[in-house]
Design a protein around this ligand. Structure first.
Ligand code: FES
Ligand code: FES
Length: 158
């Protein structure tokens, strides 16, 4: 079937099969490889993208369901020249090690801050609880998300 959607603001028409998963469409057809393939079972969060602003595990999300939706991948969050405040804060805090979990966590954090600009540590922990990071203890990520939230509220400059 032909589906129409936007990805990172760009309108797209793609012919997908009924069984195709959003993760495969994003990584293999669209070559947006910032979205990672981890467990492929909806359990690690590595494949998280935003669909209409809501984090979804793209490894278990049928591509056909993206018809008419707005998708954001990490490539749409910021660029090397123009990092999103979350990305800048993750860099400043040294919040990632191997980085494999990063794209998914950044997008989940973006969705969290869109609905709650001043989350508590508990709220951040709950929001990112579906993301498995094998390297870090999450502490620096939480600090980075709080720092980005402050910056996005205009309370601190870079
Ligand atoms: S790869 Fe999708 S949740 Fe793990
Ligand atoms: S930084 Fe390696 S999995 Fe999170």
């Amino acid at each position: 079937m032909l589906i129409k959607f936007t990805i990172n603001g760009e309108p797209m028409d793609v012919e997908v099969t009924g069984r195709e998963l959003l993760l495969d469409m994003i990584r293999e057809r669209l070559q947006l490889t910032g979205t990672k393939r981890g467990c492929e079972n909806g359990e690690c969060g590595a494949c998280t993208v935003l669909v209409d602003g809501v984090p979804v595990n793209s490894c278990i999300y049928p591509a056909a369901r993206a018809d008419g939706k707005e998708i954001m991948t990490v490539e749409g969050l910021g660029s090397a020249d123009d990092l999103h405040p979350l990305q800048k804060a993750f860099v400043r805090e040294g919040a990632l090690q191997c980085g494999f979990c990063g794209a998914g966590i950044l997008l989940t954090a973006k969705a969290l801050l869109a609905k709650n600009p001043d989350p508590s540590e508990q709220e951040i922990r709950l929001a990112i609880s579906g993301h498995l990071c094998r390297c870090s203890g999450y502490v620096k990520m939480i600090r980075a998300i709080k720092a980005a939230a402050r910056e996005m509220r205009g309370e601190v400059s870079e």
